[in-house]
Write a protein that binds this ligand. Structure first.
Ligand SMILES: O=C(O)CCC(=O)C(=O)O
Ligand SMILES: [Fe+2]
Length: 192
């Protein structure tokens, strides 16, 4: 497996970790059973709704903090445990938590950020699974903004970020106005 980043981090991509029938099944199941919500975020002095639906699942002893409040995750469902077990075999770690994102269409997006919360430790390991409409995952280097990478996150794919990636690279899911169908993303994390 080769590292997709030219420096300052490690990113590995498995385009077909799940077969198409498995991915179709998980997309359908997660669309229906996950407690999707459109959450407000406080940006530039006002509350706006996030441009996607989200939900937190995870081990009951690993609460997560969000805008200064501590929240209890939903308990893992059998489908989430199945997915988690599959990616843990590839990543060689045990994930405690997952942030789930539902992009309803190409208008939904996620802005530039790093997953560098304190509770993820010094070098976070993040395992990201995608089902549904393919969307582009964009990287840009934090200090050298001319360095960029783009990865098409296809149906049934798995993206693994580790090492110093969250120190040096920002990532985002840009809007893609031609995309008319939905995408589900699961970003598995280890809360210490
Ligand atoms: O939807 C994606 O692939 C990215 C999600 C992400 O970056 C996150 O949840 O932190
Ligand atoms: Fe992220």
């Amino acid at each position: 497996m080769h590292n997709l980043l030219p420096k300052d981090g490690e990113v590995y991509f498995y385009p077909e970790l799940f077969t198409t029938p498995e991915s179709d099944h998980f997309f359908d199941k997660l669309s229906k059973e996950i407690a999707w919500k459109q959450e407000p975020v406080f940006i530039m002095g006002r509350n706006i709704l996030q441009p996607r639906l989200t939900a937190w699942y995870g081990d009951p002893d690993k609460p997560y903090s969000y805008s200064g409040i501590t929240m209890q995750p939903h308990p893992w469902t059998p489908a989430l445990i199945e997915i988690k077990t599959r990616i843990e075999a590839v990543a060689g770690v045990r994930f405690t938590s997952a942030l789930l994102n539902f992009y309803r269409d190409g208008q939904d997006s996620m802005g530039w950020h790093r997953d560098n919360e304190k509770e993820l430790g010094v070098n976070p390991v993040i395992g990201s699974v995608s089902f549904g409409s393919p969307r582009t995952f964009a990287f840009k280097h934090y200090t050298d903004k001319t360095l960029t990478e783009k990865i098409p996150l296809t149906h049934g794919s798995f993206l693994l970020m580790k090492g110093s990636t969250q120190h040096h690279w920002l990532h985002s899911i840009p809007k893609q106005l031609k995309v008319t169908a939905g995408r589900i993303n699961l970003t598995f994390r280890i809360i210490l």
